[in-house]
Design a protein around this ligand. Structure first.
Ligand code: IMP
Length: 201
């Protein structure tokens, strides 16, 4: 059984990763259970820079292979905002509702293409002994004029998924996971991990 460190203090991400990698003989542990006071300033200007920074710092701190991800919502009518700043679009310490409110206000009066949006996730795996992996996943959609649905988190209530005609917050967890940016990135990561484990014997 090998150990993989998850460079995140988010318990939902830990559970998700454990389920995803459950059949690969990999034990996933949270960096916060190995390193006291784990904190990383996400000051990169790209998702890849932030994910790489988190994974590299976790590998440095633990000496173990580590994985991190970073997600952003890119809205055409806002020139790609909130993008890499999605977590704190409405300011430091803001809530999901603050972010959703600001995004809807900034898009008020915009229609059609200007409301097109893309969720993107980049996941990075670093290792002290071998080359790292970088994978991505994305899903297109459009921003609704008002929140709909009660599931999910973040911008889910205003992201109408292409081809579904409903928001992520109106989807079941399974349905969202099958289609979502994170689901796609993490499945790609799993495929590459499985291949790397096979070729290293
Ligand atoms: P993180 O990189 O996964 O922490 O995501 C950064 C921010 O993007 C979060 O704080 C949320 O506001 C938003 N976000 C990430 N993933 C999702 C999602 O699946 N649905 C809605 N919002 C998300």
């Amino acid at each position: 059984m090998s150990t993989l460190v998850l460079a995140s203090a988010n318990p939902d991400k830990l559970e998700e990763m454990r389920v995803l990698l459950g059949d690969l003989e990999i034990e996933v542990v949270a960096v916060s259970s190995l390193v006291s006071d784990w904190r990383v300033e996400e000051d990169g200007i790209t998702l890849k820079a932030n994910a790489s920074k988190k994974a590299e710092m976790a590998t440095q701190a633990t000496g173990l292979p580590s994985v991190a991800d970073d997600t952003g919502l890119f809205v055409r009518g806002l020139g790609g905002a909130p993008g890499v700043l999605s977590a704190r679009y409405a300011g430091a310490g803001c809530s999901y509702a603050d972010n959703v409110g600001k995004l809807l206000r900034n898009l008020r009066g915009e229609t059609g293409n200007m409301r097109r949006a893309l969720f993107k996730t980049v996941a990075v795996l670093t290792s002290p002994v071998s080359e790292g992996l970088i994978v991505g996943g994305e899903i297109g959609g459009s921003i609704s004029c008002e929140p709909k649905g009660t599931g999910g988190f973040g911008y889910d209530p205003i992201f109408v998924v292409d081809g579904l005609g409903k928001t992520f917050a109106e989807c079941s967890a399974d349905e969202k996971n099958r289609l979502s940016h994170r689901g796609r990135a993490l499945r790609a990561l799993k495929e590459q991990l499985a291949e790397a484990m096979l070729s290293s014997g």
